[in-house]
Design a binder for this molecule. Structure first.
Ligand SMILES: [Zn+2]
Length: 242
């Protein structure tokens, strides 16, 4: 299903701040928030949804591999795209009260932040779902209950002689989930996994196997060297025999 026809001219204005950091509240919960000196940039996060989806999946992959720099990875994603808007579709009331935790503060402002564990979980759920579409057999029981990837979506019907049905997406998370859904249910899935480095990337070309020319070259050199080795070994064997 091509979503562009269902959601023409989709615009979801979103804020990304130049830098993010982690703060802890009194209860010990950790939130990803804009750094004190960060600069805000507002943009349409639905403009390049397919590369956004690939980037989200690749973050999920890296987090799934359980590295040691989850915070850096999440902060980097947020600086490039913004936070997810975890509660935004629910129409949660955000209040401008400094006593409240970051997730209750006005969306996309300097004071707004998201629980880093919930933030990470969204990417890992998405990646786990992607793994099942590629034939991965087991899904962590921790995630199986949320694997249907359901999501609230709001719409508005305008009044007048020619009423319009207007879809309202209130979060970047909705953009990611919806476009991901459209991409994995299409005939040719444009989401690929690099044969060399394992990165998830977007390429509509059916024969694409590598995320970059660098990975293609690296892989080919590696393949050539291992072939050379085998050939040498075979020659040696032949020599001994003769
Ligand atoms: Zn690669």
């Amino acid at each position: 299903m091509e979503l562009k026809t269902v959601f023409p001219n989709l615009t979801v204005m979103w804020s990304r701040w130049s830098e993010y950091t982690v703060v802890e509240d009194r209860g010990g919960a950790q939130y990803l928030v804009p750094s004190p000196n960060a600069v805000e940039l507002t943009y349409n996060c639905a403009e390049h949804p397919k590369t956004l989806v690939a980037e989200a999946l690749d973050l999920g992959r890296k987090l799934w591999m359980a590295g040691t720099d989850e915070t850096r990875l999440c902060a980097g994603f947020a600086a490039r795209n913004g936070l997810l808007g975890l509660e935004a579709e629910k129409g949660t009331c955000y209040a401008d009260d400094p006593e409240l935790p970051p997730f209750c503060r006005p969306l996309n402002t300097r004071d707004y932040g998201e629980d880093i564990n919930l933030f990470q979980e969204e990417f890992m759920i998405l990646y786990q779902h992607f793994q099942t579409t590629r034939g991965a057999i087991s899904v962590s029981p921790q995630y199986s209950r949320v694997m249907d990837l359901s999501r609230l979506l709001n719409y508005r019907l305008t009044c007048g002689r020619t009423p319009q049905l207007v879809w309202e997406m209130r979060s970047m998370l909705s953009v990611i989930r919806l476009f991901y859904a459209s991409m994995v249910t299409g005939d040719a899935v444009p989401l690929r996994v690099c044969k060399n480095c394992g990165k998830v990337y977007y390429n509509s070309h059916a024969k694409s196997e590598f995320c970059s020319a660098r990975c293609r070259n690296y892989y080919n050199v590696k393949a050539f060297r291992s072939k050379e080795k085998t050939d040498h070994y075979k020659q040696d064997e032949g020599g001994q025999g003769g």
